[in-house]
Design a protein around this ligand. Structure first.
Ligand code: SAM
Length: 239
């Protein structure tokens, strides 16, 4: 069982977003648990305020440290060990598949979602273990990034995908993008499904798919292709 705790000002957003399809089924099956904690519940202000103006001036509001700290401490007290706490921020390391694999090994993970101009630095210094971005652009809050991360981590948890093999062939798993996929009908807008896929010849299908993966990776992600070629050369002993 993997447990994801999300510290957020908008718990309904993450709960509604994650409780569907494959992830929803995995929650129902008891393979995953999602616990969204409303940071606002930990405000001691009579108007339940959680933000204030930035010291030093400038636009926007900053989330105050105390409610975030209290919300985190309340979670931590019931955990066996100090969890990894991921702060979603455009200033973090860019999320990738290897990171998803590594995080899938953790039984409990805490995701901290910022809003407005972000969160007071002092509480981040105190509780955050990982600063993660989902790309070089700025969103209004950390909820969508947390959902992106939880979705990709969850599908690596054994049993979440019905056929565990289907994570194995996927893009990035072997350093390449996945080959193109086809299903019925055999002809669509005069385009036929590649003949080899109808041949039943497993070795030829495997070769064709590998060639397509290579072609696609070279065209769409030359950076990945370069890294793949380098790794293959190293495996070959630099020949
Ligand atoms: N002032 C911050 C800066 O310039 O780095 C941006 C704050 S952003 C408007 C509000 C919140 O959205 C952040 O605290 C973070 O939690 C989340 N966020 C925005 N873009 C993100 C991204 N690319 N990856 C992860 N989280 C992001």
């Amino acid at each position: 069982m993997n447990r994801f705790h999300i510290l957020t000002l908008f718990p309904e957003m993450v709960m509604d977003g994650l409780n569907t399809s494959i992830i929803g089924r995995a929650i129902e099956a008891g393979l995953l648990e999602i616990n969204a904690v409303n940071i606002r519940d930990y405000s001691t202000n009579k108007h339940m305020k959680v933000d204030d103006y930035p010291y030093g001036g400038g636009a926007g509001l900053v989330m105050q440290p105390e409610p975030v700290y209290r919300a985190y401490k309340d979670l931590e007290k019931d955990m066996k060990k100090k969890p990894r706490v991921v702060y979603l921020t455009p200033q973090g390391t860019t999320f990738h598949q290897e990171m998803a694999k590594e995080l899938a090994k953790e039984e409990e993970l805490v995701f901290l979602c910022g809003h407005y101009e972000g969160i007071d630095e002092r509480v981040l210094e105190e509780i955050v273990t990982d600063y993660v971005s989902i790309g070089d652009y700025v969103l209004t809050g950390g909820e969508l990034p947390a959902m992106v991360m939880i979705d990709s981590i969850s599908r690596l948890v054994p049993g979440v995908l019905h056929n565990d093999d289907s994570a194995g062939d996927e893009s990035f798993e072997n350093g390449l993008l996945e080959y193109p996929q086809y299903t019925r009908p055999p002809v669509f807008l005069d385009k036929e499904v590649p003949e080899v896929l109808l041949s039943g010849h497993h070795e030829n299908i495997r070769k064709w798919r590998h060639e397509q993966s290579v072609k696609r990776t070279k065209e769409r992600r030359p950076d990945l292709w370069e890294a793949y070629e380098k790794e293959m050369k190293e495996k070959d002993g630099g020949k």
